[in-house]
Design a binder for this molecule. Structure first.
Ligand SMILES: Nc1ncnc2c1ncn2[C@@H]1O[C@H](COP(=O)(O)OP(=O)(O)OP(=O)(O)O)[C@@H](O)[C@H]1O
Ligand SMILES: [Mg+2]
Length: 235
């Protein structure tokens, strides 16, 4: 479905990604793990059209999207839950959800999507008028995922959804990701620091190091690999 093929990405001429390849088959959960500064966020931003590769290509369902701007991605069926959630803190929960559907005009479908978000996150429906900035960390992450769901994506990309979340809520976030994939037919590209959880959940995984893809395989194979065990699991 999504194919990131040997991309390089720079920030004003300074290279951040040298050579990353990640493939996301339709229907799969794919996890990308790597240490701080390895280029995970840069990769997701590039796939979401916020940055563009200086080398290599990104294709989505066969179409080259390497130069497609971010504002056209929702229409194509791609949504990003950004690192640090990036909510509109002064706006209500309801307004934040509405912002996720800003490119759409089909009221009936939007309502149906809202109901789906509330089914996944009943807590949000109880807090519609609360300012997003006053939610707990876990609630904010639920809202960030809910907002992305409002564009009715087929590919959902998540940048460190478990970051800064209490352990009990973290399990809930991973459960939601698994459910979105299994029950709502969403293809998932997940970037995580929580390596064991992410690779346990994922069908396929990639390890990136200093801007390069260095290892790939099924989640289980990666979890059992010497490299992942030494570098991320402290074994
Ligand atoms: N806006 C920016 N301008 C310049 N350099 C940047 C910018 N954003 C990131 N970088 C650099 O690009 C490299 C990759 O950063 P990136 O944020 O993609 O890493 P990451 O794997 O997401 O790290 P983390 O786990 O800490 O979130 C780093 O060296 C970083 O300093
Ligand atoms: Mg990051």
């Amino acid at each position: 479905m999504l194919s990131i093929d040997r991309i390089a990405v720079d920030y004003d001429g300074v290279p951040a990604i040298h050579d990353i390849t990640v493939r996301v088959p339709e229907g799969a959960i794919v996890a990308v793990v790597g240490s701080n500064g390895s280029g995970k966020t840069t990769m997701l931003k590039t796939a979401a059209g916020l940055l563009h590769p200086s080398k290599g290509t990104i294709t989505f369902e066969g179409a080259d999207i390497s130069r497609t701007p971010a504002h056209e991605m929702p229409k194509m069926g791609i949504a990003l839950v950004p690192e640090g959630r990036k909510l509109f803190g002064k706006m209500s929960v309801r307004r934040n959800l509405d912002m996720g559907a800003y490119t759409r005009t089909d009221r009936v479908e939007i309502e149906r999507n809202l109901e789906r978000v509330f089914r996944f996150f009943p807590r949000l429906s109880e807090r519609l008028s609360q300012k997003a900035g006053t939610l707990s960390g876990g609630e904010m992450q639920m809202l960030a995922i809910g907002r992305a769901m409002m564009s009715n994506p087929r590919l959902l990309m998540l940048d460190e959804p478990s970051l800064g979340i209490a352990p009990n809520l973290m399990d809930r976030i991973f459960e939601v990701i698994a459910d979105l994939n299994a029950k709502e037919n969403l293809t998932i590209l997940l970037v995580e620091q929580n390596v064991s959880e992410a690779l346990s959940l994922a069908h396929f995984g990639y390890v990136i190091q200093t801007g390069r893809t260095v290892l790939s395989g099924t989640g289980k194979v990666l979890l059992d690999s010497d490299m992942v065990r030494k570098a991320f699991l402290g074994m």
